[in-house]
Design a protein. Sequence first.
Length: 309
Amino acid sequence: MEFFRIRRDIPFMRYALVFNVISLVTFLAAVFFLAVRGLAFSIEFTGGTVMEVSYTEAADVPRIRATLEAAGYHDTQVQTFGSSRDVLIRMPVAGEQTTADVSRGVMEKLKGTGTVELRRVEFVGPQVGRELAENGALALLVTALGIVAYLALRFEWKFGVAAIIANLHDVVIILGFFAFFQWEFSLPVLAAVLAVLGYSVNESVVIADRIRENFRKMRRASVNEVIDNAITRTISRTIITHGTTQTVVLSMLIFGGPALRYFAVALTIGILFGIYSSVLVMAPLVRWLGVKREDLVKPVREKKQEAVV
Protein backbone atom coordinates (compact mmCIF):
# COMPACT_ATOMS: atom_id res chain seq x y z
CA MET A 1 0.00 0.00 0.00
CA GLU A 2 1.35 3.43 -0.97
CA PHE A 3 -0.05 6.94 -0.54
CA PHE A 4 2.20 8.21 -3.28
CA ARG A 5 5.07 7.13 -5.48
CA ILE A 6 8.20 9.23 -6.00
CA ARG A 7 9.23 9.03 -9.64
CA ARG A 8 12.87 10.06 -9.28
CA ASP A 9 15.22 8.80 -6.60
CA ILE A 10 16.21 11.32 -3.95
CA PRO A 11 20.03 11.59 -3.73
CA PHE A 12 20.35 10.91 0.00
CA MET A 13 23.91 9.59 -0.27
CA ARG A 14 25.09 12.84 -1.84
CA TYR A 15 24.61 14.43 1.59
CA ALA A 16 25.68 11.42 3.66
CA LEU A 17 28.58 13.29 5.26
CA VAL A 18 26.28 16.12 6.36
CA PHE A 19 23.84 13.64 7.93
CA ASN A 20 26.64 11.83 9.75
CA VAL A 21 28.01 15.13 11.13
CA ILE A 22 24.53 16.09 12.39
CA SER A 23 24.17 12.67 14.01
CA LEU A 24 27.58 12.95 15.66
CA VAL A 25 26.82 16.41 17.04
CA THR A 26 23.44 15.37 18.50
CA PHE A 27 24.98 12.19 19.92
CA LEU A 28 27.83 14.09 21.61
CA ALA A 29 25.38 16.68 22.97
CA ALA A 30 23.25 13.90 24.49
CA VAL A 31 26.33 12.28 26.04
CA PHE A 32 27.38 15.67 27.44
CA PHE A 33 24.04 16.24 29.19
CA LEU A 34 24.03 12.68 30.51
CA ALA A 35 27.50 13.19 31.98
CA VAL A 36 26.87 16.69 33.37
CA ARG A 37 23.24 16.59 34.50
CA GLY A 38 22.50 12.88 34.70
CA LEU A 39 19.08 11.23 34.75
CA ALA A 40 16.32 12.11 37.22
CA PHE A 41 15.60 8.58 38.37
CA SER A 42 12.21 7.73 39.87
CA ILE A 43 11.84 6.01 43.22
CA GLU A 44 11.96 2.59 41.51
CA PHE A 45 15.66 3.33 41.11
CA THR A 46 16.44 5.68 44.02
CA GLY A 47 14.23 4.16 46.72
CA GLY A 48 11.18 5.54 48.53
CA THR A 49 7.75 4.71 49.93
CA VAL A 50 4.96 2.99 48.01
CA MET A 51 1.40 3.28 49.32
CA GLU A 52 -1.76 1.63 48.08
CA VAL A 53 -5.03 3.27 49.15
CA SER A 54 -8.65 2.59 48.30
CA TYR A 55 -11.62 4.97 48.09
CA THR A 56 -15.30 4.11 48.43
CA GLU A 57 -15.97 6.11 45.25
CA ALA A 58 -13.95 6.99 42.17
CA ALA A 59 -10.74 8.72 43.26
CA ASP A 60 -10.04 12.30 42.21
CA VAL A 61 -6.41 11.86 41.20
CA PRO A 62 -5.67 15.54 40.38
CA ARG A 63 -7.10 16.57 43.76
CA ILE A 64 -5.04 13.93 45.57
CA ARG A 65 -1.89 15.06 43.78
CA ALA A 66 -2.60 18.74 44.58
CA THR A 67 -3.32 17.94 48.25
CA LEU A 68 -0.03 16.09 48.70
CA GLU A 69 1.89 18.81 46.88
CA ALA A 70 0.37 21.50 49.13
CA ALA A 71 1.30 19.43 52.21
CA GLY A 72 4.97 19.43 51.17
CA TYR A 73 5.16 15.97 49.60
CA HIS A 74 6.93 16.93 46.38
CA ASP A 75 7.84 14.70 43.42
CA THR A 76 5.01 12.32 44.36
CA GLN A 77 3.53 9.98 41.75
CA VAL A 78 -0.22 9.34 41.99
CA GLN A 79 -2.07 7.00 39.65
CA THR A 80 -5.06 4.67 39.64
CA PHE A 81 -4.62 0.96 39.04
CA GLY A 82 -7.02 -1.96 38.81
CA SER A 83 -10.08 0.27 39.22
CA SER A 84 -10.93 3.96 39.52
CA ARG A 85 -11.16 3.60 43.32
CA ASP A 86 -7.69 2.12 43.90
CA VAL A 87 -4.76 4.55 43.95
CA LEU A 88 -1.03 3.90 44.02
CA ILE A 89 1.16 6.61 45.57
CA ARG A 90 4.95 6.61 45.14
CA MET A 91 6.99 9.00 47.26
CA PRO A 92 10.74 9.64 47.38
CA VAL A 93 12.79 9.20 50.54
CA ALA A 94 11.60 11.83 53.06
CA GLY A 95 14.71 12.72 55.08
CA GLU A 96 14.76 11.13 58.54
CA GLN A 97 11.09 10.11 58.48
CA THR A 98 10.28 6.41 58.69
CA THR A 99 7.85 4.67 56.38
CA ALA A 100 5.27 4.59 59.19
CA ASP A 101 5.59 8.35 59.75
CA VAL A 102 5.23 9.06 56.03
CA SER A 103 2.16 6.86 55.64
CA ARG A 104 0.55 8.35 58.77
CA GLY A 105 1.08 11.90 57.54
CA VAL A 106 -0.20 11.10 54.06
CA MET A 107 -3.33 9.43 55.32
CA GLU A 108 -4.08 12.47 57.51
CA LYS A 109 -3.95 14.71 54.45
CA LEU A 110 -5.97 12.32 52.27
CA LYS A 111 -8.94 12.41 54.66
CA GLY A 112 -9.99 15.64 53.00
CA THR A 113 -10.19 13.95 49.57
CA GLY A 114 -12.88 11.41 50.54
CA THR A 115 -13.33 8.21 52.47
CA VAL A 116 -10.01 6.47 52.09
CA GLU A 117 -8.48 3.27 53.45
CA LEU A 118 -4.80 2.29 53.54
CA ARG A 119 -4.32 -1.11 51.89
CA ARG A 120 -0.55 -1.46 51.70
CA VAL A 121 2.62 0.47 52.46
CA GLU A 122 6.18 -0.60 51.84
CA PHE A 123 9.65 0.85 51.49
CA VAL A 124 11.68 0.38 48.31
CA GLY A 125 15.37 0.47 49.22
CA PRO A 126 18.19 1.90 47.10
CA GLN A 127 19.61 -1.61 46.74
CA VAL A 128 16.49 -2.66 44.82
CA GLY A 129 16.82 0.43 42.65
CA ARG A 130 20.46 -0.37 41.88
CA GLU A 131 19.47 -3.89 40.89
CA LEU A 132 16.75 -2.54 38.57
CA ALA A 133 19.24 -0.16 36.94
CA GLU A 134 21.74 -2.98 36.39
CA ASN A 135 19.07 -5.28 34.97
CA GLY A 136 17.87 -2.49 32.67
CA ALA A 137 21.39 -1.90 31.36
CA LEU A 138 21.80 -5.64 30.87
CA ALA A 139 18.53 -5.80 28.94
CA LEU A 140 19.76 -3.01 26.63
CA LEU A 141 23.06 -4.84 26.06
CA VAL A 142 21.40 -8.18 25.29
CA THR A 143 18.93 -6.50 22.94
CA ALA A 144 21.74 -4.71 21.11
CA LEU A 145 23.79 -7.90 20.70
CA GLY A 146 20.71 -9.76 19.48
CA ILE A 147 20.06 -7.10 16.83
CA VAL A 148 23.65 -7.28 15.58
CA ALA A 149 23.54 -11.07 15.39
CA TYR A 150 20.18 -11.12 13.59
CA LEU A 151 21.16 -8.58 10.93
CA ALA A 152 24.59 -10.12 10.44
CA LEU A 153 23.02 -13.55 9.82
CA ARG A 154 20.16 -12.32 7.66
CA PHE A 155 22.16 -9.83 5.59
CA GLU A 156 25.84 -9.14 6.26
CA TRP A 157 27.94 -8.01 9.21
CA LYS A 158 28.19 -4.46 7.86
CA PHE A 159 24.41 -4.08 8.21
CA GLY A 160 24.55 -5.41 11.77
CA VAL A 161 27.22 -2.93 12.83
CA ALA A 162 25.55 0.02 11.06
CA ALA A 163 22.10 -0.81 12.47
CA ILE A 164 23.24 -1.15 16.07
CA ILE A 165 25.16 2.14 15.89
CA ALA A 166 22.05 3.83 14.49
CA ASN A 167 19.75 2.25 17.10
CA LEU A 168 22.05 3.05 20.03
CA HIS A 169 22.13 6.58 18.62
CA ASP A 170 18.35 6.68 19.17
CA VAL A 171 18.67 5.38 22.75
CA VAL A 172 21.34 7.90 23.70
CA ILE A 173 19.30 10.74 22.15
CA ILE A 174 16.25 9.75 24.23
CA LEU A 175 18.36 9.62 27.41
CA GLY A 176 19.91 12.96 26.46
CA PHE A 177 16.48 14.60 26.25
CA PHE A 178 15.54 13.21 29.67
CA ALA A 179 18.84 14.43 31.12
CA PHE A 180 18.56 17.92 29.59
CA PHE A 181 14.96 18.54 30.70
CA GLN A 182 15.35 16.48 33.91
CA TRP A 183 12.25 14.48 33.11
CA GLU A 184 11.66 11.59 35.46
CA PHE A 185 13.23 8.34 34.28
CA SER A 186 11.06 5.46 35.48
CA LEU A 187 10.46 1.81 34.64
CA PRO A 188 7.83 2.69 31.97
CA VAL A 189 10.40 4.96 30.31
CA LEU A 190 12.95 2.13 30.37
CA ALA A 191 10.32 -0.09 28.72
CA ALA A 192 9.80 2.60 26.06
CA VAL A 193 13.55 2.71 25.37
CA LEU A 194 13.62 -1.06 24.86
CA ALA A 195 10.56 -0.81 22.61
CA VAL A 196 12.29 1.87 20.52
CA LEU A 197 15.25 -0.45 19.96
CA GLY A 198 12.97 -3.11 18.49
CA TYR A 199 10.91 -0.56 16.60
CA SER A 200 13.92 1.11 14.98
CA VAL A 201 15.50 -2.14 13.89
CA ASN A 202 12.32 -3.00 11.99
CA GLU A 203 12.83 0.04 9.75
CA SER A 204 16.50 -0.85 9.33
CA VAL A 205 15.56 -4.37 8.24
CA VAL A 206 13.12 -3.02 5.63
CA ILE A 207 15.74 -0.73 4.11
CA ALA A 208 18.44 -3.42 4.24
CA ASP A 209 16.12 -5.88 2.52
CA ARG A 210 15.37 -3.35 -0.23
CA ILE A 211 19.11 -2.68 -0.69
CA ARG A 212 19.73 -6.39 -1.13
CA GLU A 213 16.86 -6.64 -3.62
CA ASN A 214 18.21 -3.65 -5.56
CA PHE A 215 21.66 -5.20 -5.84
CA ARG A 216 20.00 -8.13 -7.62
CA LYS A 217 17.85 -5.98 -9.91
CA MET A 218 20.01 -2.92 -10.61
CA ARG A 219 23.05 -4.69 -12.02
CA ARG A 220 24.67 -1.61 -13.54
CA ALA A 221 23.84 0.87 -10.79
CA SER A 222 26.43 2.20 -8.36
CA VAL A 223 26.21 1.59 -4.58
CA ASN A 224 24.96 5.14 -4.03
CA GLU A 225 22.20 4.70 -6.61
CA VAL A 226 21.17 1.38 -5.09
CA ILE A 227 20.88 2.86 -1.59
CA ASP A 228 19.12 6.03 -2.78
CA ASN A 229 16.54 3.93 -4.62
CA ALA A 230 16.02 1.68 -1.58
CA ILE A 231 15.34 4.64 0.72
CA THR A 232 13.14 6.47 -1.80
CA ARG A 233 10.97 3.40 -2.45
CA THR A 234 10.31 2.92 1.30
CA ILE A 235 9.32 6.53 2.08
CA SER A 236 5.59 5.92 1.56
CA ARG A 237 5.67 2.85 3.80
CA THR A 238 7.63 4.77 6.43
CA ILE A 239 5.05 7.56 6.52
CA ILE A 240 2.16 5.11 6.89
CA THR A 241 3.83 2.94 9.55
CA HIS A 242 5.32 5.67 11.70
CA GLY A 243 2.35 7.97 11.23
CA THR A 244 -0.19 5.43 12.53
CA THR A 245 2.10 4.47 15.42
CA GLN A 246 2.63 8.10 16.38
CA THR A 247 -1.14 8.65 16.34
CA VAL A 248 -1.56 6.00 19.05
CA VAL A 249 1.37 7.35 21.06
CA LEU A 250 -0.01 10.88 20.76
CA SER A 251 -3.35 9.73 22.17
CA MET A 252 -1.48 8.27 25.18
CA LEU A 253 0.41 11.53 25.59
CA ILE A 254 -2.79 13.63 25.55
CA PHE A 255 -5.24 11.37 27.37
CA GLY A 256 -2.98 9.03 29.35
CA GLY A 257 -2.36 11.49 32.17
CA PRO A 258 0.85 11.76 34.23
CA ALA A 259 1.19 7.98 34.52
CA LEU A 260 1.83 7.59 30.78
CA ARG A 261 3.22 11.04 29.95
CA TYR A 262 6.94 10.30 29.93
CA PHE A 263 6.39 6.84 28.47
CA ALA A 264 4.67 8.49 25.50
CA VAL A 265 7.31 11.24 25.33
CA ALA A 266 10.11 8.65 25.13
CA LEU A 267 8.27 6.78 22.38
CA THR A 268 7.65 10.00 20.44
CA ILE A 269 11.34 10.93 20.52
CA GLY A 270 12.26 7.36 19.62
CA ILE A 271 9.89 7.24 16.64
CA LEU A 272 11.10 10.55 15.21
CA PHE A 273 14.78 9.77 15.62
CA GLY A 274 14.15 6.15 14.60
CA ILE A 275 13.08 7.36 11.16
CA TYR A 276 16.11 9.61 10.94
CA SER A 277 18.62 7.00 12.10
CA SER A 278 17.34 4.16 9.91
CA VAL A 279 17.37 6.30 6.79
CA LEU A 280 20.13 8.84 7.34
CA VAL A 281 22.45 7.07 9.78
CA MET A 282 22.28 3.35 9.07
CA ALA A 283 22.35 3.62 5.27
CA PRO A 284 25.34 6.02 5.08
CA LEU A 285 27.24 3.89 7.60
CA VAL A 286 26.68 0.82 5.44
CA ARG A 287 28.15 2.74 2.53
CA TRP A 288 31.14 3.93 4.59
CA LEU A 289 31.78 0.33 5.66
CA GLY A 290 32.17 -0.58 1.99
CA VAL A 291 29.12 -2.69 1.20
CA LYS A 292 29.16 -4.09 -2.33
CA ARG A 293 27.08 -6.32 -4.55
CA GLU A 294 29.20 -9.42 -3.80
CA ASP A 295 28.37 -9.11 -0.08
CA LEU A 296 24.68 -9.80 -0.67
CA VAL A 297 24.43 -11.45 -4.09
CA LYS A 298 26.50 -14.57 -4.54
CA PRO A 299 27.91 -14.92 -8.05
CA VAL A 300 26.40 -17.71 -10.13
CA ARG A 301 28.93 -20.32 -11.08
CA GLU A 302 28.48 -21.79 -14.51
CA LYS A 303 28.74 -25.54 -14.63
CA LYS A 304 31.18 -26.87 -17.18
CA GLN A 305 29.60 -29.29 -19.59
CA GLU A 306 31.37 -32.58 -19.72
CA ALA A 307 32.61 -33.59 -23.12
CA VAL A 308 30.63 -36.39 -24.69
CA VAL A 309 32.86 -39.26 -25.77
